[in-house]
Design a protein around this ligand. Structure first.
Ligand SMILES: C[S@@+](CC[C@H](N)C(=O)[O-])C[C@H]1O[C@@H](n2cnc3c(N)ncnc32)[C@H](O)[C@@H]1O
Length: 381
């Protein structure tokens, strides 16, 4: 390809916050064509990338935003280059998987092989196992084009679950969109605890359970599926999250036992509270301290909903409110259980202890041995 014409003039790029545009081909900044870079241009690009990376960590939000925009442009450029170098090969399923997994590895994308397999099986409309039984098969141009688009977006750190619109939780499949947090395996600890405790207590065969901040509905749905006598209420402040949660409950056959309510924490429930409304209140609330949001991995920070992450100045805002209000809605002896970050459990335990209606406080660890959930019982059971 003939290099795009260039000038030797450096100048400050007004919106991209850099000063290299004059030296680099214009197609880098907006073109669909893949620019061919000369050594001098490649050096310039390396300098530019390191400068943007530094700016991305600076405290001014405007500079950070511009640095992120600049880095996104460079990422798109890298992807175009890598893909155009590879256009001559015969693209069997095996070759696509190998190339993509190497490409993700070079670009520090998590679980490169698994990501490649999940994206390719999604583009081909088959399951992952089928990729290996059709290793030498050459996908259609439409399928390869769809796959390349997914690979580009994954390279830009979009989580695989959002790209394919699905994830698995507690052994079933859930729809997800950027309106909901992608359910984490850690949250299965909370679900397992509730199931274990409810099954142990005589008289709790038909428990009423509240899931506060339901998101995709993962907790409420897992509990409904495992406890066939349970009736559930699932609340969230986000109407878009509730739309996903309801669709999940319908497709998993438990929508008739879960009532979805929109509003702020306990506000959508009867006010004043109906004492003894619930045997169990479960929550996995937002728990990242506001100031730490920008230190999260880009795939979380830039793609998952801030509403599902931001726990206020110290990350504990929701625990304070839940610890103060939940006991009003529990039966005597009822269970309050929340998920926390591993380093928050002790603080949350103390917050719950401040409510004299709550006792029997316990911390539960997850499968990796990290403190993960705080449990309390309403006094009087
Ligand atoms: C950490 S996510 C948990 C989602 C889901 N329960 C899970 O475990 O994957 C927190 C959820 O709380 C919701 N949320 C945030 N603020 C809320 C509020 N004031 N009242 C109710 N829900 C809220 C968010 O929309 C989000 O769905």
């Amino acid at each position: 390809m003939r290099p795009a014409p260039r000038t030797r003039t450096f100048y400050w790029h007004p919106s991209r916050f850099c000063w290299v545009q004059g030296l680099l081909p214009a197609s880098l900044w907006g073109g669909t064509q893949t620019p061919t870079l000369e050594p001098m241009q490649a050096r310039c690009l390396r300098y530019h990338r390191s400068r943007l990376t530094t700016l991305n960590n600076c405290p001014t939000p405007q500079l950070r935003r511009r640095a992120r925009e600049g880095l996104a442009i460079l990422t798109r450029h890298d992807t175009r280059c890598a893909m155009s170098q590879a256009t001559e090969k015969l693209w069997t399923i095996g070759a696509l998987l190998q190339w993509t997994s190497d490409f993700f590895t070079r670009n520090n994308i998590d679980e490169p092989r698994l990501s490649a397999e999940m994206l390719l099986s999604h583009a081909l409309g088959c399951n992952r196992m089928a990729l290996y039984t059709r290793y030498e098969h050459v996908p259609t141009t439409e399928q390869t084009t769809a796959f390349r688009e997914l690979v580009k977006r994954r390279r830009e750190n979009t989580p695989v679950a959002y790209l394919i619109g699905r994830t698995s939780f507690f052994s079933f499949d859930l729809a997800v969109s950027p309106a909901v947090l992608i359910p984490r395996p850690d949250t299965e600890t909370l679900v397992e605890q509730v199931i274990r405790i409810v099954r142990q207590i005589p008289g709790w065969e038909t428990p009423n359970i509240l899931d506060v901040g339901t998101g995709s509905g993962c907790i409420a749905i897992a509990l409904a599926k495992s406890l066939p006598g349970a009736q559930l209420v699932a609340c969230d402040v986000s109407p878009d999250a509730l739309t996903i949660a309801l669709a999940n409950a319908q497709s998993l056959g438990v929508a008739d036992r879960i009532r979805f309510l929109q509003g702020d924490l306990f506000a959508p429930l009867a006010q004043p509270p109906t004492p003894g409304a619930f045997h169990v209140i479960a929550a996995n609330p937002p728990y990242i301290a506001t100031g730490q949001l920008r230190e999260l991995m880009p795939q979380v920070r830039d793609h998952e909903p801030t509403l599902a992450l931001d726990g206020g100045p110290d990350g504990l805002d929701f625990y304070r409110r839940i610890g103060g209000e939940a006991s009003d809605f529990l039966i005597a002896g009822g269970l309050l259980i929340v998920e926390t970050a591993f380093n928050q459990t002790e603080q949350v335990r103390q917050l719950f202890q401040a409510n004299t209606q709550l006792g029997d406080l316990r911390i539960v660890t997850d499968a990796a041995g990290h403190p993960r959930c705080v449990l309390a019982r309403k006094i009087g059971g």
